[in-house]
Design a protein around this ligand. Sequence first.
Ligand SMILES: Cc1ncc(COP(=O)(O)O)c(C=O)c1O
Length: 386
Amino acid sequence: MLAERNIDVPASEIRKIFNMIIGRTDVFDMTVGIPDFDTPEHIKEAAKKAIDDGFTRYTHNAGYIEVREALAQKLKRDNNIEADPVSEMVLTAGGMGALVLANLVMINPGDEVIYPDPGFVSHYAHIKLAGGIPIPIQLKKENRFGLLSEDVEHKITPKTKMIVLNSPNNPTGGVTPNSELKRIAELCIENDIYVIADEAYEKFRYVDEEPLFIGSLPEMKERTVSIFSLSKTYAMTGWRIAVATGSSEIIGAMTKLQEHVIAMPTSIAQKAAAAAAVGPQDCVADMLKTFRKRRDLITKGLNDIEGVEIAPPGGAFYAFPDVSAYGVKSYDLVHKILNETNVVTIHGTAFGKYGEGFLRLCYAVSTERINEALSRLDSYLPKLLH
Ligand SMILES: Cc1ncc(COP(=O)(O)O)c(C=O)c1O
């Protein structure tokens, strides 16, 4: 009864884990990528004011122009991207909204799209939804899960239409070095390849190198859709708001399509986004500081467990330890850990086939929960070796 495109789009493997723990209050949940911070006060105030001031109606399909203008300031300040608010920006319902639109307006059936594996589960789903052929590119532990241009080059064929980039990466925390990013940009120009740059974790980086955004490089703006979600940056996951920027041709097509799908993201979330973009940024710096501490804590704690190996993740708020020493498939290991310790983790294979041998633990949770999870893992995992 259902259309074929449903069959092609898999359900998220993460759901399987969520479903197992529904209603359980005795578990230590390390699964979901939701910052445990509340949305900063000045952003909430802007939303309340928007309601009181009557910003409650349909807006332009690309979002209020004054909100796009505010976000254009952010793009210039933080990302070195010059975007025309009138024609080169569209506000979307989270990064997810932009990812779907970008895939649908760019991909023809049969086009090959290179994407990182392990990677964000929806990247694969969106390529399939658009009729594209997903071509996984392995992010390797020995490269700290950063993408190498050499690996990209090997995957390019005459059918390659696009590449999806995500650095810092979910689920590995890997950061692609700037030199590699520049070479990837050259490859894209040489081979006429388009880019989706999913910058969801742009602010959560622990590496020394200054961030470089591929959409800011010469000749890349016209072939890159850069997506900046406010979900993680400003602890706004439930508000569903992001901005996408790129050439007027692509952004125009995304805006036209959005009209027929959700019309536009919520007017109130748009107004909140403007406050986030031009308001004080110390909330972001505070979150980064906290995440860095937790990253150090979880990295050390995991390495102290016999059989677990992890290098400090360069960004995002996920630890992706190598647990292959236990000789158990990561999906089975998640079950064993849950049954024996009540700690909930996600199997690496939920993020693609190259995730085998790894687990994902989200450390956007309290220090207490991290400590408890570490101690429970330490009391159980080494037993698997003996
Ligand atoms: C890499 C990546 N991209 C996009 C998203 C989508 O987030 P949102 O739609 O809330 O912006 C997520 C959420 O976890 C993510 O990890």
